[in-house]
Ligand binder design. Sequence first.
Ligand SMILES: Cc1cc2nc3c(=O)[nH]c(=O)nc-3n(C[C@H](O)[C@H](O)[C@H](O)COP(=O)(O)OP(=O)(O)OC[C@H]3O[C@@H](n4cnc5c(N)ncnc54)[C@H](O)[C@@H]3O)c2cc1C
Length: 454
Amino acid sequence: MARPKILVVGAGFAGVECVRRLERRLAPGEADVCLVTPFSYQLYLPLLPQVASGMLTPQSIAVSLRRSRRHRTRIVPGGAIGVDTKAKVCVIRKITGEEVDEHYDYLVLAPGSVTRTFDIPGLAEHARGMKTLAEAAYVRDHVIAQLDLADASEDPAERASRLQFVVVGGGYAGTETAACLQRLTSNAAKRYPRLDPREIKWHLIDIAPRLMPELGEKLGLSALKILRDRGIDISLGVSVAKAAPEEVTFTDGRVVPSRTLIWTAGVVASPLIATLDAETLKGRLAVTAQMTVPGRDGVFALGDAAAVPDLTKDDEGAVCPPTAQHAMRQGRRVADNVIATLREQPLQPYVHKDLGLVVDLGGRDAVSKPLGIELRGMPAQAVARGYHWSALRTNVAKARVMTNWLLNAVAGDDFVRTGFQSRTPAALRDFEYTDSYLTPEEVREHTRAAHFQG
Ligand SMILES: Cc1cc2nc3c(=O)[nH]c(=O)nc-3n(C[C@H](O)[C@H](O)[C@H](O)COP(=O)(O)OP(=O)(O)OC[C@H]3O[C@@H](n4cnc5c(N)ncnc54)[C@H](O)[C@@H]3O)c2cc1C
């Protein structure tokens, strides 16, 4: 009899954790495991702002999927663009552009999330995200290019728009991005004698009334004070009304001359989820506590893409927040539940109490709340770096990150602009491939046509 096939979509925190557990726990010959991923690495997203600031090299947070001979999963290099759960087929566009169908017996959907955008004029054309390695590398080059160009310009208006930077989103991604990049540009000012450091200005804005509400009021205020003391202009209750190539208009009427708009105002589930035409909760696929998709045989979903019930909360409708700590643990639980299904054993629900949050603001600045304990300064920084370092999957990634941190502590920042792909399209959709997906009708049509050909 043919072996059952487990197809995992997405090699992020959830997908990789699931695949590695399947490899360890399944007997050889018990099932085939296949992983669909456009990249050959697992990206450690929480350290992305440090790649943008140049403290870490891109390679150090891109953990290879092919480090060990024991990794027996077949990897398909491409992205899933549609799922037909009736036909049990996943349509994949390979990195060559070729479309192929992968049949499955069990499907694990872990495609994560994409940057959430709104219908704001100019946003799609001018905003950059902080969600992929390419975006982080692009933003770094772009920021350094603004310093180079402002330094070379005699035009005060051009200098003003090149030296003001806008970050939207006061969650951990936006706050860390603004903090790390502001540190980079203020250190850079010493190397650009023609630039007045007072001309360099970072704006961090959020429509919410508080920065990082997950930190609680006191710690959130500490983070706000640290950033304001460093000269970052923070505006709360404010968003973007309009974006243009050389200026950003805020909803409070201010027009900021700026050629840099970094958009980190939340995430939404991958567009792959909509191709299933299944029930969603705020865009995330509705799943049971065991992470099965109701009414879809053999389908599991987890991580940022799924609304996994949070059984540790009293509130009945609570779902787990989209964080790496949940995605990783859900990955292990889903692997166990897939194996339990194969072996006709009972499935277990996902239960994990949040361990807290760490926020690295660059240098000695940090705020952390591990297990509810509020920390600031060096202790918070030690916890933040220690947590991320221990969460990296491989020893080689750990060594690369540690070496980069030590090197940065000793030698400081560098301001090298690679110029790589500086003229290629660089809107959010170009980095996050959000327009690659089929509609549910196109998926059904595709599998119907494939069935008749077969
Ligand atoms: C800047 C930043 C900082 C963060 N800091 C923290 C933090 O400090 N702590 C914390 O807990 N969380 C943090 N997060 C959130 C955390 O990174 C996410 O919650 C976590 O990555 C979700 O895991 P996931 O496996 O669901 O998705 P991801 O890790 O995003 O993985 C999804 C994977 O699927 C792939 N993929 C996407 N679409 C397809 C497709 N169609 N077909 C095949 N593959 C596909 C992607 O390439 C990716 O490899 C941060 C996020 C960002 C952006």
